[in-house]
Design a protein around this ligand. Structure first.
Ligand SMILES: [Zn+2]
Length: 288
């Protein structure tokens, strides 16, 4: 019937994450987490236990963050080196193409010289059989012309060879840089491999521990934790109150609110930065 539909959820289990608010200030909606939890499938857990679990979760997540930061820079360095090496290789290929083109032109000029030489030989032979001076002069002019062609071709060959020489010098210089970068890359890659292997196991263990801890925190509180962590630059969502100040943003916490924090009856977040605040007792219990 209609009455049996109500799942009879206890409204006495309502919890609130409260922010400590100075009386004269308007709450900043960005920093306030108001989580009202009706009992989900997870068992009822005292606030103190939740705070301890949250603090432990924070410690684990901070360790994971540190590992990821250490590992984070090395792949970038490796990537930079790979890009530089690819650029140098491309340059070397371009130089090689130019060298090949010049060498082809040298070969063409050499063929041209041979052709001119054989023409000269033919003209010289024809000169022995001329019928008049006009024919002789004509052949002389042709020989002279082919001779000039040969000289021009030889000049071009010298120019091409000079170009080949300078390209090869540039190639040698690039190759030297490339070898250095490649050696550097090999070292960095090995370093990265070691670090990945070293930290992967640790990270996996921590991620598992983080997941385990998350099971003991109800979804809405966990979502709030993750959101605060994402918005906080240092990834800290749960911080210790130290010398009367928030351990995340270092703003002073009024004595009345410090007292509330020490009672472990409510989850209290910093009015300035929105981080969840815990006292020494919670930290001690979390580290026990
Ligand atoms: Zn704060």
């Amino acid at each position: 019937m209609a009455t049996s539909k109500g799942k009879a959820k206890s409204s006495s289990s309502k919890e609130k994450i409260e922010t400590v608010q100075p009386a004269d200030s308007q709450p900043n909606p960005e920093t306030i987490v108001t989580v009202t939890t009706e009992t989900d499938d997870k068992p009822e857990v005292p606030i103190e236990k939740k705070l301890i679990t949250l603090y432990q979760l924070q410690q684990i997540d901070t360790q994971i963050d540190k590992i990821r930061i250490i590992r984070g820079e090395l792949p970038l360095e490796v990537q930079d080196l790979e890009d530089e090496i690819a650029g140098l290789n491309h340059r070397l290929e371009n130089f090689q193409e130019e060298v090949d083109a010049f060498e082809k032109q040298v070969a063409e000029k050499q063929i041209q010289i041979k052709e001119s030489q054989s023409m000269i030989a033919r003209y010289k032979e024809q000169q022995n059989n001329v019928r008049n001076n006009r024919e002789y002069d004509y052949l002389s002019k042709e020989i002279e012309f082919q001779d000039l062609e040969i000289q021009l071709a030889e000049k071009r060959i010298r120019e091409f060879r000079h170009s080949i020489e300078t390209r090869k010098e540039s190639m040698a210089a690039s190759q030297e840089v490339l070898d250095e970068k490649q050696a550097d890359l090999d070292i960095k890659r090995a370093e990265l491999k070691d670090i990945v292997e070293e930290t992967e196991k640790e990270e996996l263990g921590l991620v598992g521990k983080s997941d385990d801890n998350q099971k003991y925190i109800e979804d809405r509180l966990l979502t709030a934790y993750k959101r605060i962590r994402k918005n906080a630059r240092n990834g800290l969502a749960v911080v210790l109150v130290e010398r009367g100040a928030c351990g995340g943003c270092f703003n002073k916490i009024p004595p009345q609110h410090q007292l509330e924090i020490s009672m472990h009856k409510k989850i209290i977040v910093c009015e300035y930065c929105g981080r969840i605040l815990v006292d020494d007792a919670i930290v001690k219990a979390a580290n026990a």
